[in-house]
Design a binder for this molecule. Structure first.
Ligand code: ARG
Length: 442
């Protein structure tokens, strides 16, 4: 087939020149996400410019013009007038293009001894460091809310569960403090990630470093990094810092999801342990009686998205050879989305915990049901009658069965069908001797 006869060409070939470039822009552009690293980008440029001036790599006048221009851009970003333009692809080129409009040719000296590769790694690290610091305050607020409930309900008795079966009575304070501990470890994981990411990529340039006599310690210190990253190829290739933050976020989101699940269960009519105030529930459009714990359900669901972001970035990075590949641009959308989801979840959970009203009578009644004190009885037999624990466990279990048999028998006596009478026989024959055995011992 001749080239000109290929099918399809006649259909869309006329727009070919315009089509692919527009599509190229659509797939290539990152400014929509990058704009949230605008402050960090300015900070990085400022540190780089001061270093270029201090080392004599650029002249003082140019350096000052650049710093003035960066201050203007920062003000534009703050007051919302900065023109974020898709044709300049990302935040780095947007800032540089605007700088040129504001100060002229001196702007062209800022990118000396720098690449967008070390620039973007720097921006992203700074943004994650800020995000971690913000999250830490939110974790602390949730811990404070839980501590408040723990103090209020230090002696409110409730059933503790294993397998979601009534296990042993505990206090609500004891329960709430379990989450305080979990959240403390969640904070610790973020703190670990923060310490490891706090090294500066600046100066790595594209991957090989630079022939200019830069001072990497100076830029690192100006940006609050502990030191420059040791290896320039690593500095532009690594995204394990983001993976680590997402791993910490995923684990923390699972803590929140479990607490959310407790709230969903506890606020159901079947449990009735707690009541969420109106502000944290929604009604049903058809069932007038409903008070749905939507916020708790959404916290539970957000953990799926956060964990999805971790898996997403793992897959982006999986097969990438060193050093930078454009694949790595896909690191930021899901990371920021996950951190936003976690931030919102922490805020919602803090609000719910602060306003959770416990039904103390219901909790206490539930704690007394389903033989919740059987372990205490077994312990009593060990402590007062000197039984080996295993035997005390057996005897207590037999007594529990006997009581269950008696309950069944009482019900059967009341309702009395054939099947029920058979059950009563069973209860009588099998379970009564065990009951006697217990009486003998006690
Ligand atoms: N927008 C890019 C990113 O987020 C910045 C780095 C671009 N580097 C490059 N060599 N094209 O990853």
């Amino acid at each position: 087939m001749a080239e000109k006869d290929k099918p399809g060409n006649a259909m869309w070939g006329g727009r070919f020149a315009a089509g692919p470039s527009a599509i190229m822009e659509a797939i290539n552009v990152s400014i929509d996400v990058d704009r949230r690293m605008a402050q960090e980008d300015i900070a990085g440029s400022r540190a780089h410019c001061e270093m270029l001036t201090a080392t004599g790599i650029i002249g003082k006048a140019d350096g000052e013009a650049i710093l003035d221009g960066l201050a203007m851009i920062e003000a534009e970003i703050e007051n919302g007038s900065f023109p974020f333009r898709r044709e300049f692809e990302d935040i780095h080129l947007n800032v540089e293009a605007r700088l040129k409009e504001l100060i002229g040719p001196a702007a062209g000296r800022l990118h000396t001894a720098r690449s967008r590769n070390d620039q973007v790694a720097t921006d992203f690290k700074l943004a994650l460091r800020n995000a971690i610091d913000g999250l830490d305050l939110r974790f602390a607020a949730l811990q404070t809310a839980l501590l408040g409930q723990a103090e209020r309900h230090a002696s409110t008795i409730m059933p503790g569960f294993t397998h979601l079966q009534t296990a042993q009575p505990v206090s609500f304070g004891h329960y709430a403090l379990a989450y305080v501990e979990m959240l403390g470890r969640d904070r610790g994981r973020f703190a670990d990630a923060r310490a490891r990411l706090n090294e500066s990529p600046l100066g790595a340039a594209a991957l090989a470093g630079t022939s200019f006599p830069i001072d990497r310690r100076m830029t690192a210190a100006a940006l609050g990094f502990v030191r420059p990253q040791a290896n320039s190829i690593d500095a532009v290739s690594a995204r394990d810092f983001a993976l680590e933050v997402l791993a910490a976020a995923s684990i923390a989101s699972i803590t929140l999801s479990r607490l959310a699940e407790e709230i969903v269960i506890w606020s159901s009519a079947e449990f009735g342990f707690v009541r969420l105030p109106d502000e944290w529930t929604t009604g049903s459009s058809i069932m007038p009686q409903k008070r749905n714990p939507d916020a708790a359900e959404l916290v539970r669901a957000k953990s799926g998205r956060v964990t999805g972001a971790l898996v997403g970035l793992l897959m982006v990075m999986k097969g990438l050879p060193l050093a930078y590949s454009k694949d790595m641009q896909e690191d930021k959308p899901q990371t920021f989305e996950a951190l936003d989801a976690l931030t919102l979840s922490l805020a919602a959970m803090t609000g719910m915990i602060e306003t959770l009203a416990l039904d103390e009578a219901k909790l206490k009644a539930a704690a007394g049901r389903a033989y919740a004190t059987a372990t205490d009885l077994a312990d009593w037999l060990v402590q007062n009658l000197g039984l080996p624990f295993r035997e005390a466990h057996h005897v207590t279990g037999a007594d529990r069965e006997a009581r269950r048999g008696e309950e069944v028998a009482a019900r059967q006596a009341h309702f009395g069908t054939d099947a029920e009478r058979r059950a009563q026989d069973h209860g009588g024959r099998v379970l009564r001797p065990q009951r006697r055995e217990f009486r003998r011992l006690a």
